[in-house]
Design a binder for this molecule. Structure first.
Ligand code: SAM
Length: 206
C-alpha cells in the first residue's frame, strides 16, 4: 500500500470530506447497528477519517466503553480530534498509524468497523492487524462502494467509479471488495445498499 499517496489524497479530501457524508448516513447507521455493540464494549474504527462514525460508536458503547480510531492521514485525524475535543469525549482515543503496521493490542476489541476504507480492505496485512486486535467471537463490519452488475451497473457504475477514484488509491477488487475479509473470518454475510452500489459485510472472528 502506498501510504504517502493516501496521505496526499486525504490532505485534499479532508477539506470537503464531511460534506459528502449525507447520502451515506443510512449506510453508516446500518453498519454500526450490525456491530451489535453493547454498553462497555470496546470498538476499533479502522480508517476513522474525520470521525464521522464516532458519535454513533461512542453512544453505543457508553461511558464504560472505549472507542479507538486509527487513521494514516494527519489531516483527516486533525478533524476527528477537533470533534472529540468539542464533545469532551474521554473514552475515545485516536491514533495516527498505517493500518498495516503492527501497533494494536491482540484480542483487545469486541468489534471492528471499516467504513468506506477500500484501500484497507484490499490489504491482507491490514486485515490481519484488524483481526488480531479483535477478540475471538468479535464482529467485524466493512461497508463501502462497489461495482454493481446488470442494467443498474451500466447506469450507476460510472458514477460510483468516478467518486471512488477521488477517495481510494487502488480500484482492485471493486466487484467484491469484501473478498479478502471473507476468506479470513467465520460466519459471513453481505447485504446490498444504495441500489447495489454499496455493500455492508459482516463477519465473526472464530
Ligand atoms: C473514505 S475515508 C473513510 C473515513 C471514515 N471511515 C468515514 O467513515 O468517513 C478512508 C480513510 O481511510 C484512511 N486510510 C486509507 N488507507 C489507510 C491505511 N493504510 N492506514 C490507515 N488509514 C488508512 C484514509 O486516510 C481515510 O481517512
Amino acid at each position: 500500500m502506498d501510504i504517502e499517496a493516501i496521505k496526499r489524497k486525504y490532505r485534499r479530501n479532508a477539506v470537503f470530506y464531511n460534506i459528502v457524508d449525507r447520502p451515506l448516513r443510512s449506510v453508516r447507521e446500518r453498519a454500526v447497528a450490525k456491530l451489535e455493540l453493547r454498553p462497555g464494549d470496546s470498538v476499533l474504527d479502522f480508517g476513522c477519517g474525520t470521525g464521522l462514525s464516532l458519535v454513533l460508536l461512542q453512544r453505543a458503547v457508553g461511558q464504560q466503553g472505549r472507542v479507538l480510531g486509527v487513521d494514516a492521514s494527519p489531516d483527516m485525524l486533525a478533524r476527528a480530534r477537533r470533534l472529540v475535543a468539542q464533545h469532551g469525549w474521554t473514552t475515545v482515543r485516536l491514533v495516527e498509524a498505517n493500518a498495516e503496521d503492527d501497533s494494536l493490542e491482540t484480542d483487545s476489541v469486541d468489534a471492528v468497523l471499516c467504513f468506506y476504507t477500500h484501500d484497507i480492505l484490499q490489504s491482507d496485512a491490514a486485515i490481519e492487524r484488524a483481526l488480531a486486535a479483535l477478540r475471538p467471537g468479535g464482529r467485524i463490519v466493512a461497508a463501502g462502494a462497489r461495482r454493481t452488475t446488470g442494467v443498474r451497473g451500466l447506469m450507476l457504475n460510472p458514477v460510483t467509479m468516478s467518486y471512488s477514484r477521488t477517495a481510494i488509491t487502488n480500484l482492485d477488487g471493486f466487484d467484491r471488495p469484501w473478498a479478502r475479509l471473507e476468506r479470513r473470518v467465520g460466519p459471513f454475510e453481505v447485504e446490498e445498499r444504495l441500489l447495489g452500489t454499496a455493500y455492508i459485510a459482516r463477519g465473526i472472528k472464530t
